[in-house]
Design a binder for this molecule. Structure first.
Ligand SMILES: Cc1cc2nc3c(=O)[nH]c(=O)nc-3n(C[C@H](O)[C@H](O)[C@H](O)COP(=O)(O)OP(=O)(O)OC[C@H]3O[C@@H](n4cnc5c(N)ncnc54)[C@H](O)[C@@H]3O)c2cc1C
Length: 395
């Protein structure tokens, strides 16, 4: 079978499986759980993860020896697109599947792989990301959370605070970047720990967001225990592991995200035709530009994800986060202008609510995963060879 035929067969298999399974009790999950809707139906979406696992559709890009299908990039993209087209809900397991799993496969011990990968694969264990702190966001090297060695057990006792921790209240485990060497600064002296959330030294406090939901949290540690065997890499070498994990963050799932962007744009066009705003030249132009931006995003992502040897592709890849996040934030503004005065009214019209959430949540798109200013700095320094900006004392 040629590659193209293989991808077509995979698309058919995935579409058929999703049509048969995303139904009945799972039907309410269609198109739910995306941006700004992250705490919709959490328990049912966890069940959905187990349903997906029964069809071997969790972690399809993982190597077969770790339980995945070993799908190529093109095949994973095809699956993500079919998932989006079928209205597959936002994945509760995406941090485990997309970040923790690949990091453990690359850097974990055999014991860590055998204990943690099956829970991610089977949809029975959920993870969250404990990097940001009140004074360590863009400047992640400023981490203050401390990990102290307990000489009696070899375990690490963790004290400090994380913030903006998405889905911590629905997770079983958190991966934490903490400072393990007294007096160290910046990237040195950090440790990458896997910590069980359900233990006495961990407290989670929800943060209410502008859209009404509370999908992220503050997480406080007071001598929370990370077992000796749950250090990834070596103590002191946490920065390297943390950065490798971030490298996995900008992967295939971005193509799936684009399917939901396309649905949002379709909805805006539908409403613009209904309420007559589609006749206004300024709105028509913005809609046309939004469509062009989405197509450009798709081709850029495909090119960056492919193994194209062109050196420039790496540089273009640096612009991707900036491109999609600003495009999406502008789409939120366009949605409000198409809705007009109705945008201000809270009602149970699902179309209006979806666009209001789009507007409110997309304000965060240019912050998480690297703010606009940081993305432009990275592009200027790494992509265009401009001088490094002066760094603070923590670097
Ligand atoms: C929806 C959402 C979900 C999140 N989920 C998680 C999560 O699950 N886990 C987690 O660990 N974190 C999470 N975060 C946190 C996110 O990673 C941080 O918000 C982000 O790194 C920015 O850090 P900060 O908020 O501390 O802002 P700061 O770093 O304090 O930045 C404030 C402003 O200063 C600007 N700035 C900072 N440094 C520079 C510079 N050198 N040059 C120019 N301008 C600069 C920034 O661009 C920004 O405009 C989430 C955030 C959001 C919004």
């Amino acid at each position: 079978m040629s590659e193209a035929e293989g991808i077509k067969a995979l698309r058919t298999e995935a579409a058929q499986w999703l049509a048969e399974h995303l139904t009945g009790k799972y039907a309410p999950l269609r198109h739910r759980g995306g941006s700004g809707d992250g705490d919709a139906f959490p328990e049912l979406r966890k069940e959905w993860e187990r349903e997906l696992a029964s069809g071997r559709w969790t972690c399809p890009g993982w190597p077969p020896e770790h339980g995945g299908r070993g799908l190529s990039i093109a095949e994973q993209v095809a699956f993500q697109e079919e998932y989006g087209l079928a209205g597959g809900p936002g994945r509760m397991g995406h941090i485990g599947e997309g970040l923790v799993g690949p990091t453990l496969i690359a850097f974990g011990t055999d014991d860590q792989k055998s204990r943690f990968l099956p829970g991610i694969l089977n949809g029975t264990e959920f993870w969250c990301q404990g990097y940001s702190e009140p004074s360590a966001g863009s400047d992640l090297g400023n981490i203050k959370t401390r990990a102290r060695l307990d000489p009696a057990t070899g375990d690490w006792l963790v004290t400090g605070q994380k913030v903006w921790t998405s889905l911590a209240h629905l997770s079983d485990w958190i991966f934490v970047l903490a400072r393990c060497e007294e007096g160290s600064v910046g990237r040195n002296g950090l440790i990458f720990l896997l910590i069980k959330i359900d233990q006495p030294g961990v407290e989670i406090r929800p943060i209410r967001q502008i859209g009404g939901g509370a999908e992220f949290n503050e997480v406080f540690f007071a001598d929370a225990r990370a077992h000796a065997r749950d250090v990834v890499g070596q103590p002191g070498d946490g920065w390297r592991i943390a950065m490798a994990l971030l490298g996995f963050e900008r992967g295939i799932s971005t193509l799936g995200q684009q399917m939901s962007f396309a649905q949002e744009l379709d909805l805006i066009i539908e409403i613009a035709k209904e309420n007559g705003t589609a006749l206004r030249p300024a709105i028509r132009h913005r809609i046309a530009r939004a469509w062009i931006g989405l197509r450009a995003m798709r081709y850029l992502a495909m090119r960056v994800l492919s193994t194209d040897p062109d050196g420039d592709v790496q540089r273009e890849g640096l612009s991707y986060k900036y491109h999609w996040s600003n495009w999406h934030r502008d789409l939120g503004k366009l949605a409000m202008d198409v809705l007009g005065p109705e945008a201000n009214i809270i009602s149970d019209d699902w179309r209006r609510e979806r666009l209001q959430q789009l507007f409110l949540f997309s304000r965060a798109d240019t912050i998480y995963g690297g703010t606009n200013e940081i993305q432009l700095n990275i592009l200027a320094e790494q992509g265009l060879g401009m001088p490094r900006e002066p760094r603070g004392t923590s670097k």
